[in-house]
Design a protein around this ligand. Structure first.
Ligand SMILES: C[S@@+](CC[C@H](N)C(=O)[O-])C[C@H]1O[C@@H](n2cnc3c(N)ncnc32)[C@H](O)[C@@H]1O
Length: 209
């Protein structure tokens, strides 16, 4: 794990939350296992190489990377996250085929056109500003025909909930799906309700153009 040069506002947030992250997030970060299963199935259905190269951007505590290592035992995994307290937890569960990088994701984070699948799981709604630049970077890093896999909050009709999520650094206003569908070739997308419709979340799979 390499160290980030400058601190980020999210670091203070996750200094506390990293301790309780895995114990609590199962109760509201829905669709993550569904997305990983769909991405693994898509990679297996059209194998580009024996060891697919997968990167999770905003990998947090490494929960998804550990699941991907189980689903795709040959995969070469990279996790990128800017919060050291989260990455310390990811380090503890990383497989030998996992490389972790402590940095903000950007155009030079990965070699161009050399990653078969890029996963954003409940990360893009926290890239504020920067979610659109992150999609540009992902399009640059994906190999031709490479897979973009995204699970995230979609939208809510409850203004108070949108504000509360803003306090927690999450932008929740349906901004991601239309842009994903416009910029990638959609393989599948699903929007599902959470907690009786208090909010919606989505899973998206697309291929780079
Ligand atoms: C809600 S957590 C999601 C963690 C994991 N992907 C999951 O599904 O459990 C969002 C993560 O994105 C990271 N993050 C936010 N902005 C980032 C950026 N610009 N570059 C890299 N990581 C970022 C945060 O540090 C945090 O660990």
């Amino acid at each position: 794990m390499t160290a980030a040069a400058t601190p980020h506002p999210l670091e203070r947030y996750y200094r506390l939350h990293a301790r309780i992250y895995d114990a609590t997030r199962w109760s509201f970060l829905f669709g993550r296992d569904r997305l990983l299963g769909q991405a693994a199935a898509a990679l297996q259905a059209a194998p580009v190489r024996t060891a697919p190269r997968i990167a999770e951007i905003g990998c947090g505590t490494g929960r998804n990377l550990a699941a991907l290592a189980r689903l795709l035992p040959e995969a070469a995994l990279t996790g990128i996250d800017l919060c050291p307290p989260m990455l310390r937890r990811a380090t503890a569960k990383a497989s030998p085929r996992t490389c972790l990088v402590c940095a903000a994701y950007g155009p030079d984070s990965l070699p161009p056109a050399a990653t078969d699948c890029i996963v954003f799981s409940y990360a893009l709604t926290m890239f504020n500003p920067g979610w659109d630049a992150a999609l540009d970077a992902a399009a640059r890093h994906l190999a031709p025909g490479g897979l973009l896999a995204v699970a995230d909050f979609h939208d809510t009709r409850a203004g108070w909930f949108r504000s509360w999520m803003g306090v927690n650094h999450v932008r929740l206003d349906g901004h991601l799906l239309p842009v994903l569908a416009a910029r990638f070739d959609t393989v599948r997308q699903e929007v599902r309700p959470a907690y009786g419709g208090l909010w919606q979340y989505f899973c998206y799979l697309g291929r780079v153009r």
